[in-house]
Design a protein around this ligand. Structure first.
Ligand SMILES: Nc1ncnc2c1ncn2[C@@H]1O[C@H](COP(=O)(O)OP(=O)(O)OP(=O)(O)O)[C@@H](O)[C@H]1O
Length: 292
């Protein structure tokens, strides 16, 4: 043990140095772990992978003395960090700019267009879900928030259609070829249907099957809101931030989605969800996270 310490930290290493080194490595590992968890399943992963390859090429070019190439790659790396941040946080930046520009007429018009589009999408999802519940037709509708859902969209069939209650009902009504899987709403449009969601590994009430597990699975990983219509019970639920808000009526669903997508306040949304007749089911995984 002492030899290993000497080998790793040098001949003058004390026990305090060893403890410091362990804390150092522990903190860095924890930060890397949190970063990887944060970007898991997002567009940051391929971007990070691409940057690692460019970094590798830069190191090789430097070590064998390719001056021009290493200069080019070095500059590319420093600028791509800035572009990477812009790509990853584009929706937050857009929101912040729209917020900033409330005073300017041009941006205010843009913000009010976006608000009207979101209002229309929320109305379509609410009416569609209520009609599907009345018909006892099962459905899963994912509404994108800040985390990009292009990976989920890629697992289904791209539609990019104007969203309406009628379209949602016809997508989920069997024998439509798209009734299996989830529909995804991006930028107030129906981006795709027949999409595959990750299943939650958490313990859920026995009466909930794979449709609800799939909704929770996505809501545990990203900040999307997932509307679930149960085929068996005709019940409408929303999976959000790893919780399932169950048995929502039309008013409850509308208030929750309105708070998330139209007024845009997370606190409003929690209040809307918490104050409803429907109860929130905390999943096993979330329960243990909260206990930590
Ligand atoms: N990983 C998944 N991604 C997207 N959709 C899924 C996934 N797994 C299951 N589904 C959808 O859920 C349907 C199966 O629902 P199941 O009856 O098992 O769930 P449930 O939660 O009990 O819902 P219900 O109350 O409607 O019966 C599948 O036909 C499919 O449309």
């Amino acid at each position: 043990m002492h030899r290993a310490l000497v080998y790793l930290l040098g001949p003058d290493a004390t026990l305090a140095d060893a403890v410091l080194a362990v804390v150092d490595v522990g903190v860095v590992s924890f930060l890397v772990y949190r970063l990887l968890r944060l970007i898991r399943g997002t567009r940051a992963v391929p971007i990070l992978f691409g940057l690692c390859l460019v970094g590798l090429a830069y190191v090789v070019a430097r070590s064998i003395g390719l001056e021009t190439l290493s200069w080019l790659l070095g500059h590319f790396l420093s600028y791509s960090f800035i572009f990477g941040v812009i790509v990853l946080f584009q929706s937050d930046i857009r929101r912040a700019l729209a917020e900033l520009g409330r005073g300017s007429r041009l941006l205010a018009a843009f913000a009010s267009d976006e608000r009207a589009a979101q209002l229309g999408a929320v109305d379509a999802v609410v009416k569609g879900a209520v009609e599907l519940a009345r018909r006892r037709v099962g459905a899963l509708v994912v509404l994108e928030r800040t985390a990009d859902l292009s990976d989920v969209v890629d697992t289904g069939l791209r539609l990019d259609a104007a969203i309406s209650p009628e379209l949602l009902v016809s997508v989920f009504q069997p024998p439509s070829p798209l009734h299996d899987g989830a529909a995804v709403v991006q930028n107030a449009r129906l981006a795709a249907a027949g999409c595959l969601l990750p299943l939650s590994a958490a313990s859920t009430p026995q009466e909930l099957g794979t449709r609800h597990r799939a909704a929770l699975g996505l809501a545990e990983e990203v900040d999307a809101a997932v509307v679930v219509v149960s085929e068996e019970r005709g019940e409408i639920s929303v999976a959000l931030d790893g919780r399932l808000h169950r048995a929502l009526d039309e008013k409850g669903l509308r208030t929750l989605l309105h708070a998330l997508f139209v007024t845009g306040g997370r606190a409003d949304a929690s209040a809307a969800a918490g104050g409803r007749a429907g109860s929130a089911t905390r999943t096993g995984r979330e329960g243990s996270r909260a206990a930590l």
